[in-house]
Design a protein around this ligand. Structure first.
Ligand code: KIV
Length: 295
């Protein structure tokens, strides 16, 4: 089947450097979330390894494999979104060898992604080059890189000191020079994000990086107000809905209706014709009269 002409591609994202309006990316992990974000008009759908935390209930992102990611990329891609599907390469899928890196990136492309994302700067340039060499577009990701949680000592804002800010800029330049078509800047001061955005020739997509980026990304569950009751929302999250609360209220109402005997109603029930019911001797079999037996 031919791809839709309105489909966003890695080159079309790359061409939006410095353009208005800013790029929008939202995560999705399955068909309903993919349909929702695509219908809303995002430019990119990120099948993030945040999957581990927001969908699978782990404490960090280190627990998902390439197979897990491919499973969810497939679900997103089968909705045939216009948005570019970017898939996260999980931890250890691009750290061991060039061959493994390319095979893992290819698995995500075969599952339906149009590009992959990996975390890290200068240290990951060989991996970026290997993947690009297989004709797969790569998005970088620097700043707070959750796959380095143990090395970083926690989920902390990065690049607050002068040296760290300069190192981040060097990483961004290295990723752009290697050929990344865009890069995520996560949890860095807005001045650092601005400096990087003004320095690199490819779009920067911020999350907790202020407004001076070429685009913004949020996680589906944060944006829509899902999260465990003890989950503290990071400062950079704006919840545009409280769907976990609303979903719980809807299900509570269902419980109440079932328990009160008001669900299902006659309109929500399949009925026989009067003639068939009579033939089966159903009239009088119950003392609960059904008002409509017409369908
Ligand atoms: O996995 C993810 O959702 C991400 C975003 C936070 C950018 O990498």
């Amino acid at each position: 089947m031919a791809a839709s002409t309105s489909r966003t591609t890695a080159p079309s994202v790359r061409a939006r450097k410095g353009a208005e309006p800013p790029l929008v990316m939202v995560t999705a992990y399955d068909a309903p979330s993919a349909r929702t974000v695509d219908a809303a008009g995002v430019d990119m759908i990120l099948v993030g390894d945040s999957l581990a935390m927001v969908v699978l209930g782990y404490d960090d992102t280190l627990q998902v494999t390439t197979d897990d990611m491919a499973h969810h990329v497939g679900a997103v891609a089968r909705t045939r979104p216009d948005a570019l599907v970017v898939a996260d390469l999980p931890w250890l899928s691009y750290h061991v060898s060039r061959e493994e890196t390319v095979h893992n990136a290819a698995a995500l492309i075969r599952a339906g992604a149009g590009a992959v994302k990996l975390e890290g700067g200068g240290k990951r340039i060989d991996a970026v080059r290997a993947i690009l060499d297989a004709e797969i577009p790569v998005m970088g990701h620097i700043g707070l890189t959750p796959q380095s949680i143990h090395a970083l000592g926690g989920f902390k804002v990065q690049g607050k000191e002068l040296d760290a800010a300069q190192a981040l800029t060097d990483d961004a330049v290295a990723l752009a020079d290697a050929g990344c078509f865009a890069m995520v800047l996560e949890c860095v001061p807005d001045a650092v994000a601005r400096m990087i955005t003004e320095t690199v020739p490819v779009p920067t997509i911020g999350i907790g990086a202020g407004r001076h980026c070429d685009g913004q990304v949020l996680v589906w569950h944060d944006l829509l107000g899902f999260g465990a009751p003890d989950h503290r929302r990071p400062k950079f999250v704006r919840a545009y809905a409280e769907l976990e609360r609303d979903a719980a209220a809807a299900i509570e109402q269902f419980c109440a209706d079932v328990r009160a005997g008001t669900f299902p109603s006659s309109a929500e029930t399949y009925h026989m014709t009067d003639r068939m019911a009579e033939a089966l001797g159903l009239y009088g079999a119950s003392d609960v009269a059904e008002p409509e037996l017409t369908q």
